[in-house]
Design a protein around this ligand. Structure first.
Ligand SMILES: Cc1ncc(COP(=O)(O)O)c(C=O)c1O
Length: 482
């Protein structure tokens, strides 16, 4: 064998021995360290991480600190003991909850645990149709019979909005055997429902209200932000601390409110049922650190900066007639740090591409008409100024949007035809069919675009022609066997 070939085989072998595709992908993406990010995770490259925690990570490195509970005298997550228990208690105090529980596997696991705790088989549950897919998973696990409530549709922006108290009242009058109301507020784009009015309606029916507040974990730390549902009568709330609170991905908190009617012991049992038995110390520490930072004076200043930065963007773009930013109005209030922006003549996907390729700016997500940018605690003013200047350039330049007419429909603003409960469908035999052949069949899977994880179809729903524009990227759909 020639020596070159032998060298090549050796080096190929070496590459193969150590080849780890995720690692390679991380290496590639971190080589673009200069990108400006307005998205989750909200700590934005570590800037929004408690300096003390960051120093610890810098000094020892993640690998040296990695461990699970039971070791290092940090206590246990289930049952909560030692420093973990203390950290959860401090979180409950900071958020004004009766009890708070740290979640690994995100708010998703909190939603599932709540479903198992509050729903008995065949219970009717009133749920906002714009909920996250983890709530449907909870419906399957608990054998719920979901009654969907449609939020307001804001066609101008192509997004779901608030759930109105009147709609909740109407549904409860029509279905007096509903056992639980579950809404999402704020929406992904920041629209806030009137939780106070909805909770007082729920109280009059003596049923709990759960609010998925995954995107609102900063609210308790600034009077300039909306009031958390924890203080407006909700029985429980989930917060994805990793989304905007500065903790690491997949770390969240589930709070039970002070006047909650939830059986907390049962909830604890179900959290244990669902959680890993090897909780990561780093993730737990990151929740603890995020809580400590948000409560501190310097953390509060970061939140103030995020709000001011968002206000600056709104102010600067106010006079551009072709630029529209979702804002407070007579129908609903918003979380001001979330900038949902449309520019006339552009699809969201096109705007995302221009921002990324021309300006090296990464945003959170897109819809048919616009995009969402999160002004996070980890963003500084220079970044925000650059963002504004970039948007001004886009708004005043002639960027041709060739894809605008053929945009993929994104946000499923559809009324479902329900054939059976999600759990009934879950246990039936299924098969894959082509998209064209799926019309008239019953879905056997949750089809949801992430982010934000709002579904197009859940198991047990009829697939109709109206679904097709939203499903164009799926070659096959899983349906129930005839
Ligand atoms: C409204 C809502 N609830 C819950 C979740 C799930 O949160 P996590 O990613 O923390 O599991 C999401 C995630 O996008 C969400 O948008």
């Amino acid at each position: 064998m020639d020596s070159n070939k032998s060298k090549r085989i050796k080096s190929d072998k070496k590459i193969q021995e150590t080849y780890a595709p995720i690692l390679e992908a991380i290496k590639r993406s971190s080589s673009n360290g200069g990108s400006i990010q307005f998205h989750i995770p909200g700590h934005t490259k570590g800037v929004g991480v408690l300096p003390d925690f960051k120093a610890l990570l810098d000094k020892y490195g993640a690998a040296a600190l990695d461990s699970t509970d039971e070791f290092e005298n940090i206590g246990t997550l289930h049952p909560p003991t030692g420093p973990i228990k203390e950290a959860q208690e401090l979180a409950a105090k900071a958020f004004g909850a009766k009890e708070s529980f740290f979640l690994l596997n995100g708010s998703s696991i909190g939603n599932m645990a709540l479903a198992l705790t509050l729903i008995k088989p065949n219970d009717k549950v009133l749920i906002g149709r714009n909920c996250h897919r983890s709530i449907v998973t909870g419906m399957i696990m608990s054998s719920a019979n979901p009654i969907w409530i449609a939020p307001k549709k804001h066609e101008k922006y192509s997004i779901w909005g608030e759930i109105t108290p009147q709609d909740v009242k109407n549904q409860l009058e029509a279905n007096p055997d509903i056992k639980l109301v579950w809404i999402t507020s704020p929406t992904y784009e920041g629209i806030v429902s009137d939780v106070k009015a909805i909770s007082s309606i729920c109280k009059s029916y003596n049923i709990p209200l759960i609010v998925d507040e995954a995107h609102g974990c900063l609210w308790n730390f600034s009077p300039k932000l909306p009031t958390s549902a924890l203080h407006l009568g909700a029985s429980a709330v989930v917060h994805s601390m990793h989304k905007t609170g500065g903790s690491f991905s997949q770390s969240s908190i589930l709070h039970v409110s002070k006047d909650s009617i939830i059986n907390v012991e049962k909830l604890k049992h179900n959290l244990r049922l669902l959680h890993t038995t090897s909780p990561s110390i780093l993730l737990l520490a990151s929740i603890d650190a995020a809580r400590a930072y948000l409560e501190s004076e310097s953390g509060k200043k970061l939140i103030d900066n995020a709000i001011d930065n968002a206000m600056y963007v709104r102010q600067e773009l106010k006079h551009y007639e072709n630029v529209h930013i979702l804002s407070n109005n007579n129908d609903f209030k918003i979380d001001p740090t979330k900038l949902y922006i449309t520019i006339d003549g552009f699809s969201g996907a096109r705007l995302e591409t221009i921002l990324k390729t021309e300006f090296n700016i990464e945003i959170e997500s897109t819809t048919d008409y616009g995009f969402l940018a999160l002004l996070n605690i980890g963003n500084n003013f220079n970044e925000v100024k650059y963002f504004v200047e970039s948007l001004k350039k886009i708004a005043t330049s002639n960027y041709h949007d060739i894809s605008y007419m053929e945009k993929l429909k994104f946000m499923p603003l559809l009324t479902p035809t329900i054939k059976m409960t999600p759990r009934e469908a879950f246990y039936m035999e299924s098969e894959k069919v082509s998209l064209e052949n799926s019309v008239g069949r019953i879905s056997s899977e949750i089809i949801a675009e992430c982010p934000p994880g709002i579904f197009i179809l859940v198991p047990g729903e009829l697939i109709t022609e109206a679904h097709l524009p939203y499903l164009r990227k799926y070659k096959e759909i899983s349906v129930l066997k005839d």
